[in-house]
Write a protein that binds this ligand. Sequence first.
Ligand SMILES: [Zn+2]
Ligand SMILES: [Zn+2]
Length: 254
Amino acid sequence: MKKFLSLLSFVALMMLNACDSATVVTPSTDQVSFLIDGGEQVVDISSDGRWSVGNCPDWVKTDVQDGRLVIKTGHNDSGALRQGDIVLTGKNVSSIIHVTQAAKCTHITPSSDKVEFGKDGGTQTVNIDTDGIPQVQASEGFTATYANGVLTVTAASNAVGARRGEIKLTCEDQSVTIFASQKGNVCKTCGGSGKLTCPQCHGKGWYPIEAAGGAAACERCGGRWNGFTDDSSDWRDGTGRIKCPDCGGTGFGD
Ligand SMILES: [Zn+2]
Ligand SMILES: [Zn+2]
């Protein structure tokens, strides 16, 4: 069976080769468009014989593979929309494929919208899907460079408090922001949480009043007593936590 098929395709091939130039050359599409970074697109060509590429813009390369036309373009550095026609010719017949290529960057899509560094700093990369060549700006404390679809962000060792910043990528009217953060020294008083257990209520949010045989909401940590009734529903306990006085609640140390 396999032999039979091979023989059949061989005969078909011979018949095709024996044919003269095509009297029908029909591309599956009469226009193809490329983004600014170029690429490769394949167009099927139906024909009844031999055909060739008669004319082609100088910024387009073509290749014929198995009766299909492979169209290739590089990055559009011209600053303007490019367009031109590929002409396919057979015997007294021709077809046109219109080719356009954008001059604008249409998207910048990072694989992550943040980079996080430890206190010792280091280097991290984010993959960037884009059809342009973005410009990069980084906040103080971070450096960033872009090349070939990869954003590389570096942070030096951090001797001060934790810091935050932004890495901004722009390409014409497209822009995207990646948030950068780095851990810093931690407040020894609160261990970085920015909060301490309330010293007045010891974390309960209320405290007993021995003399009255009752209890009161702790105002030191945000508790309230509306004062209308003695019923507990008229009370709101405190959180039991206060802002760390040493770091002002930031959790960062010296
Ligand atoms: Zn603190
Ligand atoms: Zn309290």
